[in-house]
Write a protein that binds this ligand. Sequence first.
Ligand SMILES: Cc1cc2nc3c(=O)[nH]c(=O)nc-3n(C[C@H](O)[C@H](O)[C@H](O)COP(=O)(O)O)c2cc1C
Length: 483
Amino acid sequence: MASLTVRQLDEKVKKLLRLRAARHGRSMEDEIRTILGQAAQGSGRDPPEAIDPPARAGAQAVRPSFATPEPSRERPATSSARRVLLIIGGGIAAYKSLDLIRRLQDHGIAVRCILTKAAQEFVTPLAAGALAGGHVHTDLFDPKSEFDVGHIRLARDTDLVVVAPATADLMAKMAGGHADDLASAVLLATDQPILIAPAMNPMMWSHKATQRNLARLLDDGVITVGPDAGEMAERGEAGTGRMAEPTAIAAAAVTLLDATAGQRPLAGKRIVITSGPTHEPIDPVRYIANRSSGKQGHAIAAAAAAAGADVTLVSGPVNLADPPGVRTVKVESARQMLDAVEKALPADCAIFAAAVADWRVANATSEKIKKTKAGMPPLSLVENPDILATIAHRKLGRPRLVVGFAAETENLIANAKDKLERKGCDWIIANDVSSESGVMGGDSNKVHIVTASGVEDWPPQSKDGVARALVGRIAAALVKEPS
Ligand SMILES: Cc1cc2nc3c(=O)[nH]c(=O)nc-3n(C[C@H](O)[C@H](O)[C@H](O)COP(=O)(O)O)c2cc1C
């Protein structure tokens, strides 16, 4: 009887059934038996598309959905489920966005999808709809969609808009304020936060036009996740441009949803941050120093505190006010800084933004050295403790996430990669501190996030902007790997 039923189904339903059966590792007949069994028990009420894959093991029993049993009208979830509008752009990474739908649902998020025209060359509305459990929106001028939901409601009836993959073209349209298709019109009409996961060929990513568009989008408050560095889908192509993994995008979405819901994503997390230069005494009045202003480290401390973290800032001598809501410990030398950091542990995350002097004067005197006719006093130097390596290599009580800074004037990325390995930390934030860069003492920064999985280039932005983005990234990492 079951095989007769399958043959009698129309093509659309058959396709959905095949998808659902494949997902559950059952034959189509067994899938029908399961559906009928659930229906008989009164527990198998499915959303409008009639065939809706259940949640995987470990996820919630009922997947959150925007859809309701009404045949033609969609409504936002009436439950407390948080809602994401996922816009899938026309890139090769679009297939990963199908997995992203499930990853978001695993966090209890209801997903509604828009596919651009180009996206439909890579994935079908049917596949996205089967996973999302509802109608997929593709056309700005589709009268049914427009009268049912409408692009303005699509834009507003959500808690977050996620664009993945965010193609170069889609980013350009967003930056230019275009609205000539459903995706771009919704992106312009939304009043909700927007998270984009750029994905493109490395040449497209590094092109000045894309970087210009990215800078504008960041300025407009758009939040990015990725792209990662590594092998591209095209044979022989490698570099920065891979879309962030669906788990990372979902974690970033959760962080943003938490933040916009007034929850503070770093609440309950302890963070230790070092900032500023160190002063290494020669005698009671003279010292060896560097040009670090402490602006970046202090900005990170302020952003982490604003995100709810319990922050200890270990600061070298700076001309900055203590950030609000932060426990500030003031030190002078590298050895004092290490001591203060160790006292501030345990912590979930340690960020070493201070420019610690590599050497100190071995024969520092307790009395002021007098200028004599005998000539200049000899100064011999000894190495200072390596604070980053000491903490990153701790066997006991190592913070889960150890982030170092690399301030370089040449071979920035190569030196940062080398530092990541030598010091045993998790991330290195590399920045060019050559005098032309204006970073030392300045208000803006251009950083590169170097991790074991690659290098991420962030566009130039204010040190506050870097701090906020870094804190968002840290929150996502700590959410991803809960203690
Ligand atoms: C096989 C293939 C793969 C592509 N992959 C990408 C990509 O990964 N990223 C990108 O920005 N554009 C990519 N493109 C180009 C986009 O499809 C094209 O710019 C399209 O207009 C983007 O549409 P959208 O604005 O709807 O995303 C690809 C094109 C082809 C033919």
